[in-house]
Design a protein around this ligand. Structure first.
Ligand SMILES: Nc1ncnc2c1ncn2[C@@H]1O[C@H](COP(=O)(O)OP(=O)(O)O)[C@@H](O)[C@H]1O
Ligand SMILES: [Mg+2]
Length: 248
């Protein structure tokens, strides 16, 4: 059985979708069969960040309501051998999708894939309960600002209530100069404000922003510090020490 990992944040715009796309691409590049699901049902944009918006026929909603088979909604990303994506529905009929639907879908996907990644909506509400229903683990994406860190910790507590005990935090959009000048919390301060262990730090880099606008995962580019960083983060999260050398 594969692992189901939710990618979430308390505050919006912290970089969940950017992380989901590049984490998925990193795992796929290393031979892990990976699927990434867009569960940000109202505000989907995973399709755009992957540049696959024109390939969507069926979506998560169609699968969960039985309109199509799982296979029909799995969109292959042809740039990778092992990467698939399932789109969110633009029009969600409230109440039609239940956590049980989600749990069953995750279990079925985990039979076929090594990693099932879920791009979650921001915040702590029913949408989070739905998105997290089948998750084994969670990665909280946060930023070096007090509001985002407080929200990350509130989300972390919610995960414990939901029974998701294995959590990670990723600090995104870090600007070293801001920390040095005392305008952003230091890494020690960040670690003291959130309980989930830090799996990594991602710098604020305009190339990351450009890549999401172009629909090209930044890790597709060889020999960059960003790609190297994603490999290190992935190694920490998947914890398969004996396979670490495989993640290159
Ligand atoms: N490390 C980064 N450096 C620069 N821009 C980033 C970085 N991470 C995310 N962004 C940009 O921030 C915006 C929000 O990111 P996104 O992944 O859509 O957030 P979320 O899914 O959490 O709402 C996007 O425009 C994205 O390109
Ligand atoms: Mg998003």
């Amino acid at each position: 059985m594969g692992k189901v990992i939710l990618i979430a944040s308390g505050k919006g715009g912290t970089g969940k979708t950017m992380f989901a796309v590049n984490f998925a691409a990193t795992l796929a590049n290393c031979g892990k069969r990976t699927v990434v699901l867009d569960m940000d049902l109202g505000l989907r944009n995973l399709d755009l960040y992957l540049g696959l918006e024109n390939n969507v026929v069926y979506d998560v909603y169609d699968v969960m309501t039985g309109l199509c088979k799982i296979k029909q909604a799995l969109i292959p990303d042809k740039r990778f051998e092992n990467l698939y994506f399932m789109a969110a529905s633009p029009n969600r009929e409230e109440g039609m999708l239940t956590p049980l639907h989600m749990k069953v879908l995750c279990r079925r996907l985990a039979e076929k894939f090594d990693y099932v990644l879920i791009d979650s909506p921001s915040g702590i509400d029913d949408n989070l309960v739905l998105a997290s229903a089948g998750a084994d683990e969670a990665i909280i994406i946060t930023n070096p600002e007090y509001a985002a860190l407080r929200d990350a910790d509130a989300l972390d507590r919610e995960f414990l209530k939901l029974g998701i005990n294995k959590r990670w935090a990723v600090l995104n959009k870090v600007i070293a100069d801001m920390i040095n000048r005392g305008f952003a919390p230091s890494l020690q301060e960040v670690s003291s404000l959130i309980r989930a262990p830090l799996a990594g730090v991602i710098q604020f880099d305009e190339n990351i922003h450009i890549s999401t606008c172009l629909g090209i995962p930044i890790v597709l580019k060889d020999d960059t510090y960003i790609r190297e960083n994603f490999i290190n983060i992935a190694n920490r999260i998947i914890e398969e020490k004996e396979e670490e050398v495989g993640l290159k």
